[in-house]
Design a protein around this ligand. Sequence first.
Ligand code: FE2
Length: 558
Amino acid sequence: MITLGLNYNRKHDSSACIVRDGELLFAVAEERLSRIKHDNSFPRLAIRACLDFARARPDQLDEICFGWTTAGPGFRHDLKCLASGGLPLTYLNVLTTSVYFLSMWHQQSGVRVFRRWFGEVKARVRFVEHHLAHAISAYAYSGFEDAAVVVMDGRGAWEATSIWRGINGRLEHVLTIPFPDSLGFFYSAFTEYLGFQPNSDEWKVMGLAPYGQPKIELGAFIDTKTVPYRVHAKHIFGNGRGQFSGMSAALGPLRVPESEIDDRHKNIAFAVQDACEIAMMNVVRMAVEKTHCRNLCLAGGVALNSKANGKIATSGLVDKIFVQPAASDDGVALGAALAPHLDRGGRLPNKAMRHAYLGPEFDDAAIETALRTYKLRYTPLNNPAETAAELLAHGKILGWFQGRMEFGPRALGSRSILADARDPEMNAKVNNAVKFREWWRPFAPSLKKGAAGEYLESATDSPFMILTAQVRPEKRSVIPSVTHVDGSARPQTVEKEINPLYWRLLDEFEKRTGVPVIMNTSFNLRGEAIVHTPTDALRTFFSSGMDALVIGNFLVEK
Ligand SMILES: [Fe+2]
């Protein structure tokens, strides 16, 4: 059985994956192929890439599974919220909701667009409830027999938070908290209030939070004493007196994008992160109590909050934790694609996801063609790991382009920018010369899994950079450029069996420096999607202050 899983609902992060007989073969977000960050258009390039990888024609697909219901249920829920006062009944809100519904209805929630690009197919088309698709994406890739499964995001059709119990390959629904009582909505609204891009820049708020003080009261917007939480959406919306008028009335004016960050902004970021952590902890506690399971699976955009995840992991509430690395909506493709296994009382396949190298790759021939096309000087390499380690040990900032591209928001050693984590100035150097991003955003470490316990207080099995951990106090001065102001780091632990080439790089770096840790950030410039092709990599390399590029078995230097 060949199944195509899709995320498409015109919101963000359209994606596709292909599964054969329960085995995930390939997954890619549309943004990497279209080069439009968080691309929300129909994922036709991603679908084409899936079919090419599986060497399948569209008419050979058995199932096409969207990670969303059709547009009707969400529209009815929104009308109910508007009528009951859950959302401000404004002309703009009614118009936006109606236009969205009509657009999706016209597109038959994506089916019409699919047919336009790929023709008539015999595949069964199904629409999987959004939170169920998220829940499957966490549970079915966790390797846990029994699990408490928690989904927290901005919204599905009507869902905002849901709890499930995963047991023997099935998912039992426990409870749902409907939109707009939504942690994702709360966090993204404050992200926008602070002058950043909602559904994209929440990382920036999380990174800014430790610079703030507990001086701001957000009780008007979120109540974390009522378990698990209540989000007062109307106050955030401002009761119809203009978007964010409630927030600006209570907290002062919105920050103008790109303007200076002052203490007020830092303190608000602190309060938002703190409230989100408490609410997430409440939800997890409730999930553990209701399911009697201490293995936890997390998905949904809120589960990208690595700081909160790290606190949950060390809270004592749970024994094991798996966070779907593509926790945001790109990941619902992975869950939707497995939904047919639940038919007629069936069971989900359940195999622990140990890596996210699910995307396209380019061999040396394709890379060399690109290098020759652009008439670049390059050096063939026998041992790219050794060359890269040597350059890093000499303080060079390196582009590293190898193997299959990662699925999910993190670069994990396939499409990465690497640097020496020991240099206290490296954070600023990479920020100023390469990433052109805000000064307060931390960089993450990749380290050999075997050395994780020596450097970290927790998260010693963290292949996806989705849990933060405290760096051991005695090691903070050893790897200052990847240690955040609060002593935390968001590590990727690298296993030899999973990514041998990247592990060898760390090993070679350790041989030269005594430290098996390097700085790893995504191979992209600020505001751009992570590079996909050799051409993307070369363009990014030459548009930035990187010193060298190790691309396949070739070295390009400036
Ligand atoms: Fe979602």
